[in-house]
Design a protein around this ligand. Structure first.
Ligand code: HEM
Length: 672
């Protein structure tokens, strides 16, 4: 028979008071006597019964409260109390395990803090873990997972006592709670239009096809429910709400509260950690503040030299394809973009264009493919399963290669940086020595990279750790090359399919460069006004990031609809950008839409290829400059003829929007 100390009893009372505030007391009373001092209980019972019948009639919020109270009050201390009791030989079923732990019994010679420490360690090592979906208990807290797709482990406080029946009861009530919550959620969003959902799997079966089908389904739904501005889907028990009208998108993107990324981004964590793209809360805030100066105009000015050099390398490769019929230009542009981001992010050339066998380059592509596959394959979710299968092993190999590469570069740069610091160089000196001469071509030796800026950056007076730096460098590598590559490829198709528009770009190039083949400068890029309209229009028709997601941390009101907390919001620029109210004849490639006089009055959230609001793309200026530099270098030299019709392009909405069949073109040398 167990004895409970007055302290524990107080906790019991607290639970009881909370539980019985609205309901009849007899359903939830602790077993045994009501009195603190003689509170006898059966060994294989926990002090409180939590059964379906006494939870069934409660509101989900109340249920949640009850379970939170129970787990916060049954603390480590409580368990230690149990251990002490159980360590007595007559203690019953749990006794054997505890007898082997004489340290459990309070040692009078130890100070209180030493004792606490010992108990803590004990608790930690002896704790048994009961796997369970949908809820996590960490020491004192029950955290409710907002996304049922995640599997958590409940470190059930009772598990230490071989008290299986009690654990089962807790689990039963948790499962009941989840179902009650989901049912309530389903009812509350019934008025949001969407396809009928099956029990448990929801609409997962409709989304389970290829990336192309997935993309097409989302586009189709946004067209079907266009006038509502939202549609809902259930992926298992997770609610996804699509937003694709300027008025609804604005509510999410302008909010300073809806800043958390959707849970699907967690598969990027092994590679990118929680860098700027994937972090949340105060970490994101401070990183964003810290990294913004890295996109300073003076730094971007240095990058023009990189754009120029890499675009020249690409044009040399394209020379061998010119005037020779149709070929796929996709990988030429993509490898150029990869070389650009390597050099600008790390100050290192990987020569992807010259060395397509590079292990690093292969792993960059492979890991993106593996991440995407994992996002769409529910059983690939749990790490312990994923790590044992072929894809998981390949993923681990790629991670090793990618991280080792960035770590090596960071180490080399850190050594260089230490030398510079010894000679008294500061961030201010560096920036002032990089006077923004828009007309100058910066030689490779003098260029700065993002990594240099990160080494100089200080957070609360302290430099960033090399792990922090790696997160950000890897994030730039991921976010900063496929996106621009996608944008440039679609643009090349559109220019090649619209000779009149291409002619205007040629005229603009000729007016800036004449017959000269001199290197381009920042000033030249700023003069490319018409090309900029073309780039923006291509980003409208084919947004490189076709969807992005946020997780709602509170209910979100959209007109007559309430999208509940915990839902994933999917913003779809791919659908948003085709709204005929803002873009009449939306499929038409018409760069004039972006002339200042035509875009001034447009709804600010009708066009968001770089997202918008506080979590917009930090690299958008960089991206526009890079696209101008690369495309202008191609068009100074060649005329492009597209060899595909629009319907033959088959866009696939993966992590980025890419053409299923590549971009088939003919290049003809320009005779000026
Ligand atoms: C055409 C090219 C690009 C497009 C269309 C694009 C688009 C986007 C979009 C839509 C987001 C928001 C994603 C989300 O909320 O999940 C984003 C975020 C971001 N982008 Fe870009 N991007 C481009 C180029 C770049 C480049 C070149 C860099 C870096 C050099 C970059 C770095 C980032 C980072 C770090 C974020 C996260 C920002 C934050 O959460 O504070 N992007 N980008």
């Amino acid at each position: 028979m167990k004895q409970f100390s007055p302290k524990i009893w107080k906790r019991q009372q607290k639970i009881q008071n909370n539980l019985t505030s609205n309901h009849s007391r007899d359903t939830l009373t602790p077993e045994g006597d009501d009195k603190p001092s003689n509170n006898n209980m059966d060994n294989d019972q926990i002090p409180i019964h939590i059964t379906k019948s006494n939870l069934e009639n409660r509101e989900p919020n109340e249920l949640k409260k009850i379970l939170t109270i129970i787990s916060t009050t049954l603390t480590i201390e409580h368990q230690i109390e149990h251990r002490r009791t159980l360590s007595k030989p007559e203690a019953g079923p749990g006794a054997r395990e505890e007898q082997a732990s004489p340290e459990c019994i309070q040692n009078q010679d130890k100070t209180e803090s030493e004792q606490k420490q010992t108990n803590k360690q004990l608790h930690h090592t002896k704790r048994r873990e009961v796997p369970m979906k949908g809820v996590a208990t960490q020491k004192r807290k029950v955290c409710y997972a907002e996304n049922e797709a995640v599997t958590f482990v409940i470190n059930a406080p009772y598990a230490d006592f071989n008290n299986v029946s009690s654990v089962v009861k807790v689990m039963e009530s948790e499962i009941l709670l989840r179902f009650t919550e989901i049912e309530k959620k389903r009812k509350s969003v019934e008025n949001i239009p969407g396809p009928p959902a099956l029990p448990l799997i929801g609409n997962a079966h409709q989304l389970a096809g290829t990336s192309k089908e997935f993309y097409n389904t989302l586009i189709e739904y946004s067209e079907r429910w266009h006038e509502h501005g939202v549609f809902r889907l259930w992926v298992g028990t997770q609610l996804l709400v699509g937003f694709y009208k300027a008025e609804t998108v604005e509510v999410v993107l302008q909010s300073s509260k809806i800043l958390d990324k959707a849970t699907e981004y967690r598969f990027l964590h092994p590679w990118l950690g929680t860098g700027l793209l994937t972090s949340t809360g105060s970490k994101w805030h401070s990183r964003r503040k810290l990294l913004t100066p890295s996109f300073h105009f003076k730094i971007l000015n240095d990058f023009v030299g990189v754009f120029q050099d890499q675009a020249q390398t690409m044009v040399k490769r394209l020379d061998s394809m010119a005037d020779r019929g149709t070929f796929n230009i996709f990988s030429y542009i993509t490898l150029c973009a990869l070389d650009i981001i390597c050099e600008t992010a790390m100050g290192k050339t990987v020569d992807a264009q010259g060395n397509t066998d590079s292990e690093y380059v292969k792993c960059v592509y492979k890991i993106a493919e593996l991440i995407l596959k994992r996002q769409r394959t529910p059983w690939y979710g749990p790490d312990f399963l994923y790590n044992t299968i072929g894809d998981g092993k390949e993923h681990a190999h790629c991670l090793k290669v990618l991280h080792e590469f960035t770590e090596k570069v960071i180490q080399e740069k850190t050594e260089e940086f230490s030398k510079k610091q010894e000679s008294g160089m500061t961030m201010e000196n560096v920036l002032s020595s990089h006077d923004s001469n828009e007309d100058a071509y910066m030689s490779r030796k003098n260029r700065l990279a993002f990594l240099d800026m990160l080494l100089y950056a200080k957070q609360d007076g302290k430099p960033m750790s090399s792990a922090d730096i790696r997160e950000e460098v890897d994030t730039f590598m991921f976010e900063g090359h496929d996106t621009t590559a996608s944008g440039m490829n679609w643009l090349i198709h559109l220019l090649g399919a619209n000779p009149d528009i291409q002619k205007k770009v040629h005229e603009e190039m000729d007016s800036i460069f004449g017959n000269s083949d001199r290197p381009l400068t920042m000033k030249d890029l700023q003069e490319m006004k018409y090309l900029e309209c073309c780039i923006k229009e291509a980003l409208r028709i084919f947004p490189p990031v076709p969807f992005f997601g946020r997780s709602l941390t509170e209910d979100c009101k959209i007109g007559k609809y309430t999208v509940p907390k915990g839902s994933t919001v999917v913003i779809s620029p791919a659908s948003l950008h085709k709204d005929p109210r803002y873009f009449p004849d939306p499929e038409k490639f018409d760069p004039d839409r972006f002339l200042p006089e035509n875009s001034r009055k447009r709804h600010p959230y009708a066009y968001v290829p770089f997202s918008a609001g506080p979590r917009n793309c930090i690299g958008q200026k960089f991206a526009l400059l890079e696209e101008k530099a690369v495309i202008s270098t191609i068009l100074r030299k060649f005329t492009v003829i597209s060899k595909q019709k629009r319907e033959e392009l088959c866009p696939i909405g993966e992590l980025i929007l890419r053409p299923e069949n590549g971009i088939l073109v003919e290049l003809h040398s320009r005779i000026k």
